[in-house]
Design a protein around this ligand. Sequence first.
Ligand SMILES: *Cc1c(COP(=O)(O)O)cnc(C)c1O
Length: 434
Amino acid sequence: MVATVWNTTESQRIFNEAQQLMPGGVSSPVRAFKSVGGQPIVFERVQGAYAWDVDGNRYIDYVGTWGPAICGHAHPEVIEAICAVAQQGTSFGAPCRWENVLAEMVIAAVPSIEMVRFVNSGTEACMGALRLARAFTGREKIIKFEGCYHGHADMFLVKAGSGVATLGLPDSPGVPKSVTAATLTAPYNDLQAVADLFAQYPEAIAAVVLEPVVGNAGFILPEREFLVGLRELTQRYGALLVFDEVMTGFRIRYGGAQAYFGITPDLTTLGKIIGGGLPVGAYGGRKDIMQMVAPAGPMYQAGTLSGNPLAMTAGIKTLELLQRPGVYEQLERVTSRLVQGLQSIADELGHPMCTGSLSGMFGFFFTQGPVHNYEQAKTSDVQKFSRFHRGMLERGIYLAPSQFEAGFTSLAHTEADIDQTLAAAREVLSTLPR
Ligand SMILES: *Cc1c(COP(=O)(O)O)cnc(C)c1O
C-alpha cells in the first residue's frame, strides 16, 4: 500500500506482451492509461469493493468495471445464479424464459419503457434506438451534445464545433462524413442552442439523444429546466427524445435518471448494470414505436447472442439485489462522504476543485468550476489529475484513468474504504503543487 513497496513487475510484463498482440495492448482504449501516463495495472481478480492485480496489490476500486459492479464485484448471489444457469447452456439462439423475466423487470422499473429489445452492448443499444427513431419519424438528422458518449457507432463519433452548434465532423478516421453530416451537436445544458437547431431544421430532426446525467465528460449534472425544455422542444417539433441511460440506468435510481428527474423520454437505452457484469444492452420505449422493430415491424436489428440465459440471469439477480430497501440511500451516503471529503481536503490545501455526485456516481475536476458542460470541464488541470491519479494508484486507490470519466461507488464500499481513500487523497494532494 505504501509507495515504496508498490511492485508492479508482473503487470508490466503482461502489458508489454499484450502490446505485441493487441493494438495498444488493450481491448478498449481508456484501459491503456494513455491520458494519465504510466503503465496500466493488470487485474487478477475482483471481489466486493476491491481489485487485486497480478502482483498481489489490492486496490479500492472506483471504476467498478465502468458501472456494472453496483452491488460490488463478483457478488456471491450473482455468481451463484450464473453458475447454476450455465449448467443449462450458455446461449440458445432461441427464446428463453429469462428474457421475459428481465424484460418485465425493466418495463416495471423504467417509466418510458413499455417494450424492450435486448442486445449485447451499450453501443448496440444506441445504434438500435437511433435507427428506430429515424425509422419512426422518417427523418435523418439527430442532435447530440458535446462530451456525451453513446458508444462507438459512426454517427455518434462527432467532434463538437466551438460556439453554438455546428455541423458534425468525424472524430475518427474511417467514419464517413456523409454519416456524421446528419449529426448536429450542441453544448450540454444549452437549451437555446437546441432551439436554434430546431428552428433551422424544423422537419428534419429525428431525435435528440443525451446522457441525462453526463458521465463520459467527467461528471456533469443536467439543469432540470434543460431536461424539461428538451422534452417540450422534441414534442413541439415531432422529434423523439432519447435518454441514453446505459450508465445512469439503475444507478441514479432504480428507474434511472428519468425517474429521478421526472422526465419521460420516448426511447431509452440501457446497458452496464442490467447485464450484471456480462455483455448486455437494451433499448426500449413506447409500444407504438417499439412495434416498428423486426420482426413485429420493418426496422431491422438482430443479434446471435442477444438475450442469452447467462447475461439475462446476471441482470435479473443484480436488479433483484437493487430492489432491496435502502440501497440507493446507502449509495448516496457513501458517495457524499467521498466527494465532500475530497472537496474539503482540496479546499484546506488550497487546490481548486469542483466535485459533484448523485447516488452511486461522482466526479471531480481540478478547477474552481462550476462545470455545466464539456467546455468548462476542459478547464480542469489534467496534468494535476494525472499526478493525483498516479499517487492514488500507488496508495491502493483505483480511480478511472481519465479526467473525463465519472467514478462509481458500490454497495460494497464501506465508510472505512472511503476514509482510507480520503487519507490517501490528503497525502497525495499535499505533495502536489497548487
Ligand atoms: C458505456 C456507455 C455506452 C457504450 O456502452 P458499451 O457497452 O461500452 O458499448 C453508451 N452510452 C453511455 C452513456 C455509456 O456510458
